[in-house]
Write a protein that binds this ligand. Structure first.
Ligand SMILES: Cc1ncc(COP(=O)(O)O)c(C=O)c1O
Length: 396
């Protein structure tokens, strides 16, 4: 195919030129004497991205799934109570992992399209008088359904009840794109990966751990060799790692953090909201439905779009890819064939999203989904020009 392909899956995301260039370097000695001059500021700047002063941020070679395992293996013991909810592929897989590790899982099964059920979390935690529940899990942004949950709401419940459980958060598709505040929300473990908001290739598992959690890493029954927080912290204190780190990716991470900081984290979050509003306007104009059933759940990093029952979403994805070189996200698990997903996170601007929406329109035409051609693109154009004008007015 001639011309650019369009990457519109919700991770991996588009990689900025600066990040690409920063990794086009010879391999280097990870034990060189000057490595701490690079790593220590990196660790410190990562804490700002996670918005923590009191916690630590660790960079493991791995991916988001490894982060789930790190949280469990460092902090829990087989038989510990864990409060969870499943409402999409990723929230469910973390729950499965807890079960595989022998945790006593209290799971809230939530319809896909909704998020963490605060009322049910309240009920379970308030009846847990003996504090058998040691960790509460929250998937901040369920990438399979495009649903964002209220992490601070879970913290409020824990505080109101004086419940000491640790708060574990999956921020794989939220950190560095959506508003996330580790200290303010009292998050004990936040798991993220390199290939979404950080705009890098897959390969890093970036985890924030609170001091409360670090003090809790006492003799877990689960072996935590590779992901051992204390071994990592001990070596990181001097700027090094317990094993060969992914130096090249960390050079990229440096460039990515610089880009995020140059834009300003709050502007990054606002940009994601603007871009997402345009996508949601397009979905409405097409006469289709967002899988996230209410605005309070709408994700600013990914939108899952429900196709009419007469159609298979996989056909839209296939037409978009084969006919126009546009990669859309597929429906996973329970929503396979029912939704296609547009990732709108990372290094992205309005015209890049419009290109995706144009590709989606052509693909939907090809497979015979009825809608007015140009309606979604037009609605997004209106949304973007309006928000630009509002930005300009606010700046005056
Ligand atoms: C919300 C969420 N959690 C966890 C994962 C798993 O991360 P990884 O694929 O990096 O292991 C993903 C992957 O897309 C995700 O979106």
């Amino acid at each position: 195919m001639i011309g650019y392909k369009t990457l519109a899956v919700p991770g991996p995301t588009n990689m900025p030129h600066e990040v690409q260039r920063s990794m086009q370097i010879p391999l280097e000695d990870h034990r060189a004497p000057d490595i701490p001059e690079f790593t220590k500021p990196l660790f410190s700047d990562l804490k700002d991205i996670f918005r923590t002063n009191t916690g630590e941020v660790f960079v493991f070679p791995g991916s988001g799934t490894g982060g789930w395992e790190a949280a469990i293996s460092n902090l829990l013991t087989a038989g510990d109570g864990v409060l969870t909810s499943s409402f999409g592929q990723f929230s469910s897989l973390w729950v499965d992992m807890c079960r595989d590790y022998g945790m006593d899982v209290h799971n809230c099964d939530v319809p896909w399209g909704e998020g963490v059920p605060l009322d049910k979390y309240y009920d379970v935690l308030s009846s847990d008088k003996g504090h058998a529940i040691k960790a509460v899990l929250v998937c901040h942004n369920e990438t399979a359904t495009g649903v964002t949950s209220d992490v601070s709401g879970v913290r409020r419940i824990l505080d109101e009840l004086g419940h000491p459980a640790l708060l574990f958060v999956d921020g794989v598709s939220s950190v560095a794109s959506l508003d996330f505040r580790m200290d303010e929300w009292g998050v004990d473990v936040i798991v993220s990966g390199s290939q979404k908001g950080f705009m890098l290739p897959t390969g890093l598992c970036i985890i924030g751990v609170s001091s409360k959690a670090l003090n809790n890493c006492s003799g877990s029954s689960v072996p935590s060799g590779y992901f051992n927080f204390h071994q990592m912290k001990k070596m990181n204190n001097d700027g090094y790692f317990p094993y060969t780190p992914a130096m090249t990716l960390m050079r990229g991470l440096r460039a990515s953090i610089d880009l995020l900081n140059n834009e300003g984290l709050s502007n990054v979050v606002a940009r994601h909201n603007r871009l997402a509003n345009g996508v949601r306007a397009a979905v409405d104009a097409w006469g289709l439905r967002n899988c996230a059933v209410a605005p309070k759940w709408h994700s600013d990093t990914v939108t899952a779009i429900v196709v009419p029952e007469t159609h298979d979403a996989n056909d839209v994805i296939s037409a978009a890819y084969h006919n126009y070189g546009v990669s859309l996200g597929g429906g996973l698990g329970k929503v396979a064939g029912k939704v296609f997903r547009i990732g709108h996170l990372g290094w992205l601007n309005e015209t890049m999203v419009l290109r995706v929406l144009g590709g989606v329109e052509m693909a939907m035409r090809d497979v015979g989904i009825p809608f007015q051609a140009g309606s979604g693109v037009g609605a997004a154009v209106e949304s973007y020009t309006d928000s630009r004008q509002n930005l300009a007015l606010a700046a005056e």
